[in-house]
Design a protein around this ligand. Structure first.
Ligand code: NAD
Length: 461
């Protein structure tokens, strides 16, 4: 890609202030397939200056003008769906069909949701003689991870544009290629220069500089709880608003009245989705104690059906995990599970048979660890909530009233009953150490707004 060594600042592709590069590794081959530039504080300064200069005019644009720009981005995004899918598949190993339908498709979903939400969004209301107006918060810093690269980029950029903010985006340095394609799309859509700026680079040299920059008014961060804490601390000195979408360890309560086999199978598939790398995966399955063994048998059957292999092959369900670091971390966790006496149902350490190159992991299930028995519903709820995280929770039941009742007792930002379809209008975000704030559709637009009260404004005319 011709722009891989450049950043997108003030409406143009530019060279970094100080040349420094990083190879991008394809996890299926373990080989570099691209080289990007990594930025420094001087690049952040340039991008922030461009975003600040663009803010006065962009913040005053009409809703219709911003809708026109978002619709143009959507149109070009649809045309470049295959380019995005290829980039995601190469940079993080997603099977190509999934990269197109789910990874690139997620960005499409967020663009459509932001447009629909903006169409009906009210930026002002009258409260007797006071006018309450919602205004863009200013220049926003957007920092995103590698696991759902487009999902995270677009669910921040589209609502930030909808709100009238200008922005500096730093995609993940591990999966930066799709962010480059997205920046080309934004450029082609003709946004006013300086509204959208993108710099590549690592967390400490670019992300942290964005978080601490006095010219940035708000940070929207998605990634690990570890980095999210550093970002919030760094942002505190300039009293920025910080929105955090962080890690999770989500419970999946399978109630006695559920369609058991289907519920267990779908739960296992939900964990393996995106090669086990989704923040909201249902990774703690809770089953009635007397059905624990039965659950393990279904889980074994389901896990062994997952076809692991080349992301470019049509029948591949699981590609490699994203990097050598993740591969080694997962191997250590599997070894620790075995050493601590959990029941290894299927899989284990090492690569799957026949795959000697690439960061491929054997689909692995542990009983009495990732699948856990409970004795009563009260105990299931207690185990479900017994975590520092609160991103998502799942409930399976044949009786929707029963599931709804339990949903009210779970401390999580999203509770999913009986595996519903993805909903781009459902607010997304975490309780507890899974984060602060909510994304998607109007909730995301709201997050990028300040509230101003104009008192003495007079009655509505
Ligand atoms: P990460 O925290 O290592 O990196 C995320 C982003 O933060 C990257 O762009 C990285 O360069 C940047 N970063 C790292 N250190 C930083 C620092 N000190 N200051 C500023 N920026 C810094 O996370 P990752 O490994 O890329 O992503 C996986 C994590 O993201 C998982 O923990 C997953 O649960 C989480 N995640 C959460 C959500 C959500 O919406 N809650 C969605 C996707 C992923």
């Amino acid at each position: 890609m011709s722009n891989a060594l450049k950043f997108y600042i003030n409406g143009a592709w530019v060279d970094p202030v100080t040349p420094k590069t990083l190879d991008v590794i394809n996890p299926a081959t373990e080989e570099a397939f691209a080289t990007i530039s990594v930025g420094s504080a001087a690049d952040v300064d340039k991008a922030v200056a461009a975003a600040r200069a663009a803010f006065p005019a962009f913040s005053q644009t009409s809703k219709e003008e911003r809708l026109r720009l978002l619709r143009k981005i959507l149109e070009i995004y649809e045309q470049r769906l295959d380019d995005i899918a290829r980039a995601v598949s190469d940079e993080m190993g997603a099977p190509i069909g999934m990269a197109r339908d789910s990874q690139a498709g997620a960005g499409l979903g967020h663009l459509k949701a932001a447009i629909k939400a903006l169409e009906v969004f009210e930026f002002a209301e009258q409260r007797k003689g006071t006018r309450v107006v919602k205004e863009p918060i200013g220049v926003v810093g957007l920092i995103t991870p590698w696991n759902w690269p487009l999902n995270q980029i677009v669910c921040k950029v589209a609502p930030a544009i909808a709100a009238g903010c200008t922005m500096v985006l730093k995609p993940s340095e591990i999966a930066p290629m799709s962010g480059l394609v997205f920046s080309e799309i934004v450029h082609a859509a003709g946004l006013p220069k300086g509204v959208y700026n993108m710099i590549n680079g690592d967390g400490p040299s670019v992300g942290q500089v964005i978080a601490g920059h006095p010219g940035i008014d708000m940070i929207s961060f998605t990634g690990s709880t570890r980095a999210g804490i550093i970002v919030a601390k760094t942002a505190a000195d300039t009293v920025k608003r910080v929105a955090q979408e962080l890690g999770g360890k989500s419970p999946n309560i399978i109630l006695a009245d559920a369609d058991f086999e289907m519920a267990v199978a779908k739960g296992v598939e939900g964990c393996f989705g995106n090669s086990g790398q989704s923040c909201n995966a249902p990774t703690r399955m809770l089953v009635p104690r007397q059905r624990h063994d039965e659950a393990l048998a279904v889980a074994k059957k389901t896990a062994e059906k997952q076809k692991v292999g080349d992301p470019k092959a049509k029948d591949t369900v699981l590609g490699p995990v994203v990097s050598e670091i993740q591969f080694n971390k997962i191997q250590k966790l599997i070894e620790a599970g075995i050493a601590e006496g959990a029941t290894l149902v299927t899989g284990g350490a090492g690569r799957p048979e026949g795959l000697n190159r690439g960061y491929y992991v054997r689909p692995t299930v542990f009983g009495n660890l990732s699948i856990m028995p409970y004795d009563s519903e009260e105990q299931a709820i207690e185990i479900a909530n017994d975590t520092v995280y609160g991103l998502a929770a799942y409930i399976q039941s044949g009786d929707i009233a029963h599931a709804r009742k339990i949903a009210g007792q779970l401390r999580a930002g999203q509770v999913k009953l009986n595996y519903p379809a993805w909903d781009t209008f459902a607010p997304f975000g975490g309780y507890k150490q899974s984060g602060n704030g909510r994304e998607y559709a109007d909730f995301a637009i709201q997050e990028f707004l300040e509230v101003k009260a104009i008192i003495g404004y007079g009655a509505a005319s």
